[in-house]
Design a binder for this molecule. Structure first.
Ligand code: GDP
Length: 340
């Protein structure tokens, strides 16, 4: 039984164990919210991290593939705001586990919306809903930069599933009058990014190479370009969307695009390595069946309506990630040496 605080706003976050969930949990806690997080599986190893970073968080067991557990989470938390950040979020994996991606990243959105509708007795007006949509929906881009009105052409099962979730969010707004917003977020990174994503894969390898723990780094397509921002900035935009008078959809991006090569320049440059050509290999294993070549967003609407602008630029972001990985690797090496 959860003793709910009655005097503060309540937020329910799916995907609280992920990069964005942790930053959003911290932000909402600092703003005085009571934060509820959905936790998947038994003995989830990430519980300790969530409880450390989001003190006072109430964790509820549930899964985006299980509607009754979602209804239960909504009934217990009685949220004012729901942030659906849970997903199978790695594009590369989405070809290998396409069905699971569809079930979680796509149908999961339907289940959360249905849980809100059912728990509210068909009344969706008391809760505000944020859906984590993605620049991957633009895929084979129809115009550059991409904005809220740009048609979608997703290039992966992940992108297709996110597009389903986006349209469903719009549909529940139009069908039931739900205060449902979709944030079209471009790539956002941080030291908490999973090591399978190219930014963190690179910053971690650069740290390890500079500490003599690794010889080289193997990547896929070095020509693709992304609009990379800082995840800590992007969760602020999510929150702002739900504080508006009317629900709407927003592109959240920096408006600047960089190639993987420029990312390598920035990361290796941080540890004083100018020429990385002998340290980076390429392997077809890391190429994708269909690629999104260039992504760059136009964040004008978010700036004008939400008053949101990104604070951390590309160089600063990559430096922050390299520094964090250096500290992490040095610490774990130190520990290993002590044990020996
Ligand atoms: P995504 O934009 O959500 O797919 O984020 P990622 O960080 O996974 O990938 C960004 C881009 O980096 C894509 O165009 C990938 O093809 C490219 N890339 C090149 N080499 C690699 C690699 O070794 N791992 C990953 N994850 N991406 C790579």
């Amino acid at each position: 039984m959860v003793n709910r605080r009655i005097d503060v706003p309540r937020a329910l976050i799916t995907g609280i164990t992920g990069q964005d969930g942790l930053y959003l949990g911290e932000l909402l806690t600092a703003k005085g919210y009571e934060v509820f997080g959905l936790i998947r599986g038994q003995s989830n190893p990430k519980v300790a991290v969530v409880e450390r970073l989001v003190p006072g968080v109430v964790l509820l067991e549930g899964d985006l593939t299980d509607l009754p557990s979602l209804i239960g989470a909504v009934e217990i938390s009685q949220p004012d705001e729901v942030y659906n950040l849970g997903a199978i979020s790695f594009v590369g994996l989405s070809w290998k586990q396409a069905e699971l991606t569809g079930e979680t990243t796509g149908m999961g959105v339907l289940r959360v919306l249905e849980a809100l509708r059912i728990a509210g007795g068909n009344d969706m007006s008391r809760v505000r809903f944020y859906q984590a949509s993605s620049s991957e929906m633009f895929g084979k881009v129809r115009e550059t930069p991409q904005r809220e009105t740009t048609p979608f052409h997703p290039r992966s099962p992940y992108g297709v599933a996110k597009t389903f979730g986006h349209y469903l969010t719009v549909n529940y707004r139009e069908s039931y009058g739900a205060f449902a917003c979709s944030g079209l977020l471009f790539n956002h990174e941080s030291p908490r990014r999973g090591i399978e994503f190219v930014t963190r894969k690179i910053t971690r390898a650069v740290a390890r190479i500079s500490l003599g723990l690794q010889d080289s780094l193997t990547l896929g397509n070095l020509e693709s370009r992304r609009d990379w921002g800082f995840a800590g900035d992007y969760v602020e935009a999510m929150w702002r969307m739900l504080q508006q008078e009317t629900p709407d959809d927003y592109v959240v991006a920096t408006g600047v695009t960089h190639s993987i090569r420029e990312l390598l320049d920035a990361a290796f440059g941080r540890v004083g390595i100018g020429d990385w050509s002998g340290l980076v290999k390429q392997d077809p294993r890391f190429f994708r069946p269909a690629e999104v070549d260039v992504l760059v967003g136009d964040p004008s609407k978010a700036r004008e309506v939400l008053g949101w602008t990104p604070r951390v630029g590309f160089e600063e972001l990559i430096a922050m990630m390299v520094d964090a990985d250096l500290a992490l690797e040095a610490e774990s090496t130190g520990k290993a040496l002590t044990i020996r």
